[in-house]
Unconditional design. Structure first.
Length: 215
């Protein structure tokens, strides 16, 4: 039972750092209309959360098939996934993942996109919230799982984070008001440091195992 909670805690913190719900909520507000109402934000939060949950289980179930189809070694994925997470972490720390304010022309394009597709699914849920970082992390965690209990731990850890994501998105208008831009940036940078540390662990673990296989 102790090992279950230890794994659950590690996985939960990892998912939280990569998902960065507060940073994502700030990006979402910059994409959505400035006049968005609380009711509309609730619908965006619901659809985005459902989308990332569905995406999670699709990756969890089909991840092995993808690796076998392309003949990818788990440790190779660890190294590549670690590099992706490291680049993401550097972007979070440097603040380069922040979405910029649209120009007048871009604003017209965004308005046209809003009329054609639901922004809560694309691009907020995919690929902003559920991107390559989460994709590779889920597959790595699944390959580390040895029992059904381990899979339950991974699923619960993500579902808890999905709930946090939903609550954060739902209240993003108020979070922006109280935290402000500086507060959101500070939290994103802290999450970037955690993601960076996790990425280094993935890279070293995968590289050492690969090296042993060739020596």
């Amino acid at each position: 039972m102790d090992s279950f909670f230890a794994s659950f805690l590690q996985q939960g913190i990892t998912f939280f750092a990569i998902l960065d719900p507060i940073g994502i909520s700030a990006m979402a507000l910059s994409i959505l209309s400035v006049d968005i109402t609380k009711q509309e934000m609730n619908r965006v939060a619901s659809k985005s959360t459902i989308t990332i949950i569905i995406s999670f289980f699709v990756v969890l179930i089909t991840g092995d098939f993808v690796l076998k189809m392309f003949g990818i070694d788990e440790n190779s994925l660890k190294v590549m996934g670690g590099i992706i997470l490291l680049l993401m972490a550097i972007g979070m720390v440097n603040g380069s993942m922040k979405s910029k304010k649209p120009t007048k022309d871009e604003g017209k394009e965004i308005k046209e996109v809003k009329e054609q597709e639901d922004l809560s699914v694309i691009p907020i849920a995919i690929p902003i919230a559920f991107g390559t970082g989460l994709f590779t992390t889920i597959i790595i965690f699944k390959h580390q799982a040895q029992t059904f209990t381990d899979l339950v731990s991974i699923s619960l850890a993500f579902l808890v984070n999905a709930l946090i994501f939903y609550i954060t998105m739902k209240n993003s208008i108020y979070i922006k008001k109280y935290l402000g831009l500086t507060g959101q940036n500070v939290i994103t940078k802290l999450m970037g440091l955690i993601v960076g540390a996790i990425s280094i662990q993935f890279i070293i673990s995968g590289a050492v195992t690969l090296a042993k296989g060739y020596l």
